[in-house]
Design a protein around this ligand. Sequence first.
Ligand SMILES: [Zn+2]
Length: 422
Amino acid sequence: MTNGGIIREITHCRICGGDKLVKYLDLGMMPLANNLADSAAAAKAMQRYPMQVLYCRDCSLSQLSVVIDPRELFSKYAYRSSIGRGYLDHCRTMARSVRDSPGLQPGDLVVDIAGNDGALLSVFKNELGVRVINVDPAKNLVEIAAAAGVPTITSFWGADVARQVVSEYGRPKLITATNVFAHVDNVRDFVAAAKDCLDDDGALMLEFPYGVDFIEHREFDTIYFEHLSYILIGPTKRLTEDVDMQLFDVQKQEIHGGSVRVFIGKQNAHEVCPSVAEFIAKEAAGGYHDVAVYENWKREIRALIDDLVSQISKLKKGGAKIAGFAASAKGNTLLNACRFDASTIDYIVDDTPEKIGRFSPGTGIPIVDRTVLANDPPDYLVILAWNFAREIIDSTAEYSGAGGKYIIPIPAFKIIDIWKRQ
Ligand SMILES: [Zn+2]
């Protein structure tokens, strides 16, 4: 076993550069979530890395203790983002919102960083009549994006791509990065490249899972190696000031278990909304700028994992058949943290064609399509993608109609029996 995938260990905070980092959670050695295997044995033998979270006493950022080579994590093969109606609805609402504030006109340029299969930009183009450019390293999705009318620069975001955008397409009014900023190691270069690229009154819009929801709702399963930072507004403001930009608005979003959408512009280009100070004051009042909250959380998470293991093992010993829904990164963290394998969870149902027939990393649990729910139904379906619980329950009505029950694992073990109307 080598540690070849680790490109650096974190000794200094990626936002403030401080070295007062406190390790507050250790989930043990974990495999990479998106490395699906071709056999159960290969899945179990997979390379593992330490999964630990550090808290910065200087700026309150939570971050993983190691950085895995992004080429290992992101560019080999990427899965499509546009599967799922909930996500497309989110994109449409976002398009209307940014049209009004900070404001977009037909013909304006919008750049989406890590835009995947072009789903978001396709919505922007159709709804707003803007010009669009996707920047994404996943080569297998370029053609899908092109078919949706979204041209892609195949690359990670950075200063070179920013220059390329300006020389080939002009200066964007809006740069969006949804669910990608928390995956970025060098956040200063990331934001600075946007500053060099943006129009003078343009805006960089970041949307990322909110650090307060992460703690409040015990979302320990959102810890995976792609997800380098667990972000509050306090450290975000500090970062923007360090690169001579201005955080001018913060909006709460419910997607992905609670996210925030932040808007960053050049200095004095936009009026600063009261939301910025309000979010920071709330974080301070809730103790999120102090290590004690995180130390306490660690104990809560240990108890939650122990409870999940004991409840699910008890059902299994009683003869129940148990399956999971959605072979997602979060499912992978939860299953590995609980040390489950196919002797406890028979299979994982997923809708992504490329995942079917493969095996979940570390656990070796087979991934199957939905037809298995009818042909070989479990007694309990653990909703691993709990952020889409409503959609999953609605779309498996036949299963629950035949008496199948659901288990929601986060923020606490809960059985849902539709017929009992709990
Ligand atoms: Zn810091």
